[in-house]
Structure formats: structure tokens, C-alpha cells
Design a protein around this ligand. Structure first.
Ligand code: ZN
Ligand code: ZN
Length: 348
């Protein structure tokens, strides 16, 4: 066992504060990572406050983790001490079911282990995340961080990045794909950057005129203001794929009408009931509605490699861990461009 220091929520109402706990002793295929940076995801806020009714306290969040390998178990092959490495949303899965076999650990039939608020498979112990000084995880769930990737900005790729990268690959986004990105927050800004890097023609769909300049600065080719009726009518059937990153319940119909024949709307932002839509919006053009969570481990590695090669990095606002509660409050007002990252050196 090793003594760890983190930041955790003790209950749903109390702000996060310092938390002393123990990490497990290394198993043969374990890696210990000293954490340098951890991104703040909306999930962290929801789980810290028990918004979904599944939180086990104390809750030490964080699943956008980058750092340096500090120790490896005797069976570890991929990593050595000093390597730069990362951990995302998952730290384990059964490894034997059909979904694990095809590299889609996020769909493991027997249940995966979340990086925090999950259950360690061998012991049932609750897992603690990246708002901490170090973490221990199986080598198979630890990712290589290419040298070219700026470590201070790489963390949000581990959740926000893979959440939009996975459907872009699934739907074969590439040169000339007419991609719509609805919403311009943490996920949306990654959707724009990755879409542009893949050669897509990117349209940002937003309700807020104030985001126009930001969208264009991120590389979007055009901006569609959802309140501009004329522009919306002119944009009908002009998109092949839409990443819907809007984080709350919203009407899908206006987005469906922007899709061309065989177009797909992929929901990645909201975990919420959606109002109904007329099936005519799908029938006319054999359009589809889909939804997508994170990606598997191999695909997350492919994302890190792609971002290193193409120079794609999230826009981050670095904070010390002591400001995490303030950051949560600002996230609730969508007051961040576009992802908070905690500098874990602030912990000591
Ligand atoms: Zn997340
Ligand atoms: Zn499995």
C-alpha cells in the first residue's frame, strides 16, 4: 500500500477538500503513475454532488489523468519508470467478453471498472480518481503519451477528446465530410478541432451569437445561429454528420432537418430524456439518431497519437486543486474556455 493525498467530496453538500487514503500495493501487471495534471469533467461535478444517485463517499473524482510512471509491477511490458502516461475513464474490464475482445471495453458485458466511484474487480474496493498525487492501475488500461503532446494540455483528451473522436471514426468522418457540431463547450470545441484535423468541413450550430468568433477561431468553417430562421432553412439537408454536444434536454428536430440523406445525428452531450420528434424527420432521407459514450482503450491510444501528429490540443485553463470548488461553480455557468485542468503540483 502507498499513502496518497487527494481532494474528495465527503457528501453531496460539502465542498471538496483534502483527503488522505491508501492506494493498493502493485499487482504484477500494475503501473503506478505520479499525477501531473487532471482535467475536470462535468461527470466529476455530477458525481461529487450525487446528481445521479450512485455516488459512494468519500468521492475523489478525476478521469482525465496524465503523469509519469513511478513504479511498475514485474509483469509490466509496455512501461518503464519515467515514461509519460495517461489514464482515462476506465481502469479495468473483464477482458474476455466479446466487447472486450474487440477492444470496446466501455461496453464490457460483465461490467468495467470506472477510474473513480467504480469497483476494483478483485476486491470490490471503491476506486479513487485523478484529483490525487498518484494512482495505480493495470497496464492494459494505461496509455502512452507521445513526446510531442504538451502534457499540460493533454489531459482533457482522455474523456472529452475520446467522446467526440470515437463517433467521428465510427461514422468515417474525413476529407470533405460536412460535419455539424451543436454546442460549443468542452466537447464541442474538441469536436471542432478534431473535425478540422480530419479534413471535415465544420459548421458550428449555436444559439449564442457571442460564440461565433470563438467558433471561427477554433477553426470552424461556418457558424449557424439556431435562432436565424432564414439561415437555418437555407442549411437544410446540408450536413452528413452532427455531433450533438448540447449537455441538457433539447429539441432534436431542428438538428435532424440539417442532415442530408443517410445523415446521422450523434448525441454525445446529454444524459437526459429528450422530447419527441416526428419520424418524418428520419424517414425523409433515411436519417439516423445515435449516441456514443467514450471509446475503447486502443481507440483512446489512437486519439493521443493522432493529436500528437496533427498538433491538436484542448484549450485549457490551469488551476490549483484548491480552486476546484470554484471551478465547479463556474462550469455550471458554462464559464470556462474550454476545460479546467488541475496542476497537481499544487496539492503539496
Ligand atoms: Zn468525463
Ligand atoms: Zn468484458
Amino acid at each position: 500500500m502507498s499513502k496518497a493525498l487527494g481532494y474528495a467530496a465527503r457528501d453531496a453538500a460539502t465542498p471538496l477538500g483534502p483527503f488522505h487514503f491508501e492506494r493498493r500495493a502493485l499487482r504484477p501487471d500494475d503501473v503506478r503513475l505520479d499525477i501531473r495534471y487532471c482535467g475536470i469533467c462535468h461527470t466529476d461535478l455530477h458525481l461529487a454532488r450525487n446528481d445521479w444517485g450512485v455516488t459512494v463517499y468519500p468521492c475523489c473524482p478525476g478521469h482525465e489523468i496524465v503523469g509519469r510512471v513511478a513504479e511498475v509491477g514485474p509483469a509490466v511490458r509496455k512501461f518503464k519508470v519515467g515514461d509519460t502516461a495517461a489514464i482515462g475513464c476506465l481502469v479495468d474490464s473483464c477482458g474476455t467478453c466479446d466487447q472486450c475482445q474487440r477492444g470496446e471495453q466501455q461496453f464490457c458485458r460483465k461490467g468495467y471498472t470506472l477510474t473513480y466511484n467504480g469497483k476494483d474487480l478483485p476486491t470490490g474496493d471503491i476506486t479513487y480518481g485523478g484529483y490525487s498525487d498518484h494512482i495505480v492501475a493495470r497496464e492494459a488500461f494505461v496509455l502512452r503519451v507521445p513526446d510531442k503532446l504538451d502534457l499540460a494540455r493533454a489531459a482533457p483528451l482522455l474523456c472529452a477528446g475520446i467522446t467526440v473522436y470515437s463517433p467521428l471514426r465510427k461514422h468515417q468522418a474525413g476529407q470533405g465530410t460536412r460535419l455539424g457540431v451543436a454546442g460549443l463547450g468542452g466537447l464541442g470545441h474538441m469536436g471542432v478541432k478534431l473535425g478540422v484535423a480530419m479534413g471535415c468541413e465544420v459548421t458550428v450550430i449555436t444559439s449564442s451569437e457571442s460564440k461565433r468568433a470563438d467558433a471561427l477561431a477554433l477553426g470552424a468553417h461556418r457558424v449557424l445561429l439556431s435562432s436565424d430562421k432564414e439561415a437555418v432553412a437555407a442549411a437544410a439537408s446540408k450536413l452528413d454528420l452532427i455531433l450533438d454536444t448540447i449537455p441538457v434536454t433539447h429539441d432534436l428536430e431542428p438538428l435532424l432537418n440539417l442532415l442530408d440523406v443517410e445523415g446521422t445525428l450523434v448525441i454525445v452531450g446529454a444524459i437526459a430524456p429528450m422530447p419527441g420528434y416526428h419520424t418524418r424527420s428520419l424517414l425523409r432521407g433515411r436519417r439516423s439518431i445515435s449516441a456514443s459514450p467514450i471509446g475503447g482503450i486502443a481507440q483512446t491510444q489512437a486519439l493521443l497519437d493522432f493529436c500528437a501528429e496533427k498538433g491538436v490540443l484542448p484549450d485549457c485553463e490551469m488551476i490549483p486543486v484548491q480552486e476546484v470548488n470554484h471551478a465547479f461553480a463556474r462550469m455550471e455557468k458554462a464559464d470556462v474556455k474550454y476545460r479546467f485542468v488541475i496542476d497537481m503540483a499544487s496539492l503539496r
